[in-house]
Design a protein around this ligand. Structure first.
Ligand code: SF4
Ligand code: SF3
Length: 533
């Protein structure tokens, strides 16, 4: 196939190598891929302009960097107009910093935009390291964006975006210069997830364990998808006393655990499973769907008039709710469609009628004594963190099987949308604790890290010495920054699937295997046998 685009940033990339034709597997057209490359190249140009001079960084620059990186994450922005607006905004910010550059007749090239072609055609190890940096900061930018929406920012995090972008544009940097920055992405992302955790918990309270119904009650309703809790809060306020129920979808499920969100009686339950099932699940629902972040799939015509976007998400032809957050068009659509005439009982993929969420770090650590006693007495033998993204590959049934086969004296912690593979299973309890605990969204990996660190302190050992195994699934770039955070913390023996990223070159992979013993998943049986040893 003629190469019209190049993108290999997500797990479903064509042939596990790269999307190169007229459009990617995700539905991103070559023209959009090109605009996203231009946008990244311009952000690198902006980082070159700033060149480590912190005093040149403005609020507007930070905003456009966060938004520009976020917009290039898989399944976020498919819209030419929205991307053009971002391209113009980067130019405006740059022009404010170096107005003379735009009039210069003997250009030195120092502040030039970067041609992403150089990255895609670089030697495989350099391309691999730069991809880890770039894809990692794309994921991190989404987290920084959500925190900023709630008024939480950190100059150290914002400044690092420029450093990382600058590194991607450095043509003569090798392994020695790039590898430390790869690990620094992990370190800064830990701070970023901490900031978002602080933003979410200080604004909406500490999550509490909550059972969530999968039944959709009769009458008008709205489904809200994505990670942005602020959007959910605005929607709950605007639908108060209107006879409209709200159902979470995908990564919005953990919202049910937050006291300041669960207090709304019309936040009724959760609809559907993970993102890759949306074209089937949305086809016939008599209700609108609002996407606040990834993962948006190209909507089928059968339901496109019922899909709305906001924030960084955009798709041509869909109504986009702007920053003033007036959700009237969504509310109007819900009233028009009217919902189901009688309650509809839906189930998870294993037939369960409810799921539970809200086991954030406060909830888990509040029973730390119980957990420690159960481990010391041998009642609980092992912890598994089975988390990450979901996706369409059949190999992902591994995660369902893995969880089903975990021994009854083990506890499974989970997070992100990969949990839909098993979160409706009834795993029962051990030592009075639920065997399956949903810690939240992908960014709540911060909670899992805090729990692991606290347990390690209690047992006076390192995190790697705990009876804890991490079995992760990845799809998009948020998983990349989380993985880098775990590596930065020195966590070993991670199992990763369903396939390894196409952007890991054999040498980079070998480095990760040697230093962190990271390995691909195999079968649930053999992985469990090895991990329980
Ligand atoms: Fe292909 Fe993934 Fe890139 Fe989409 S985001 S074009 S599926 S690699
Ligand atoms: Fe899922 Fe898209 Fe990654 Fe936040 S919603 S985890 S895939």
């Amino acid at each position: 196939m003629e190469q019209k685009m190049f993108c290999f940033q997500c797990e479903q990339t064509a042939g596990c190598k790269g999307c190169t034709g007229n459009s990617g597997v995700c539905g991103k057209q070559a023209g959009i891929a090109e605009m996203q490359d231009q946008l990244t190249g311009k952000l690198i140009g902006l980082a070159r302009t700033i060149d480590g001079n912190g005093h040149l960084i403005s609020h507007a620059a930070n905003q456009v960097v966060r938004e520009g990186l976020f917009a290039t994450i898989t399944n976020v922005n498919f819209d030419k107009e929205a991307l053009s607006a971002l391209l113009r905004r980067v130019d405006e910010v740059k022009r404010q910093i170096v107005p003379l550059c735009y009039e210069c007749t003997s250009a030195c090239g120092k502040n030039d935009d970067y041609d992403m072609e150089h990255l895609w055609t670089a030697g495989e190890d350099i391309r691999s390291l730069k991809s880890l940096i770039l894809f990692g900061i794309r994921g991190m930018a989404a987290y920084a964006y959500h925190a900023a929406v709630l008024g939480y920012t950190d100059p150290e995090i914002d400044h690092f975006f420029y450093k990382a972008l600058f590194a991607v544009g450095m043509e003569d940097w090798g392994m020695d210069e790039l590898l430390p920055i790869v690990l620094e992405v992990g370190a800064v992302n830990l701070k970023c997830m901490e900031l978002l955790d602080k933003a979410n918990t200080e604004t909406y309270g500490n999550p509490v364990p909550t059972e969530v119904s999968l039944t959709v009650e009769k009458g008008p309703f709205i489904v809200i998808s994505g990670h942005d809790l602020f959007d959910l809060k605005q929607l709950l306020e605007q639908t108060k006393d209107k006879g409209i129920n709200i159902y979470t979808h995908g990564e919005m499920l953990p919202a049910h655990g937050y006291p300041e969100l669960k207090k709304y009686p019309h936040l009724k339950g959760n609809f559907g499973t993970a993102w890759q099932n949306q074209q089937k699940e949305f086809a016939s629902i008599p209700a609108p769907v609002l996407f606040t972040t990834n993962c948006l799939m190209p909507p089928k015509t059968s339901y496109a008039d019922r899909v709305f976007t906001t924030e960084a998400v955009s798709y041509p032809g869909l109504v986009h709710i702007g920053p003033e957050k007036d959700f009237s068009p969504v509310i109007q659509k819900a009233l028009e469609l009217g919902g189901y005439p009688t309650a509809m009982q839906f189930t998870g993929i294993n037939g369960g009628r409810t799921v539970t969420t809200g086991f954030g770090r406060h909830a888990v650590l509040s029973v730390a004594d119980k957990v420690v006693k159960a481990v010391k007495s041998g009642v609980v033998r092992h912890f598994f963190l089975v988390g990450g993204c979901d996706g369409a590959k059949p190999g992902r049934s591994y995660y369902t099987e893995f969880v089903k086969q975990t021994p009854p004296d083990s506890i499974v912690l989970t997070l992100a949308c990969g949990k839909y593979r098993f979160n409706d299973l009834d795993l029962g309890t051990v030592a009075g604790l639920p065997r399956l605990m949903d810690m939240g969204q992908c960014n709540d990996a911060y909670s899992a890290i805090q729990v692991a660190v606290a347990l390690a302190e209690t047992f006076s050992c390192g995190v790697n010495d705990l009876p804890l195994s991490m079995v992760l699934s990845w799809y998009e770039q948020k998983a990349v920054c989380i993985l880098l955070t775990l590596l930065h913390l020195g966590i070993q023996n991670i199992r990763l699937g369903p396939t390894l990223p196409a952007f890991l070159s054999p040498n980079v992979l070998q480095y990760l295997a040697e230093h962190y013993h990271i390995a691909p998943i195999t079968t649930p049986e053999s992985d469990l046998e090895v991990l329980l040893k």
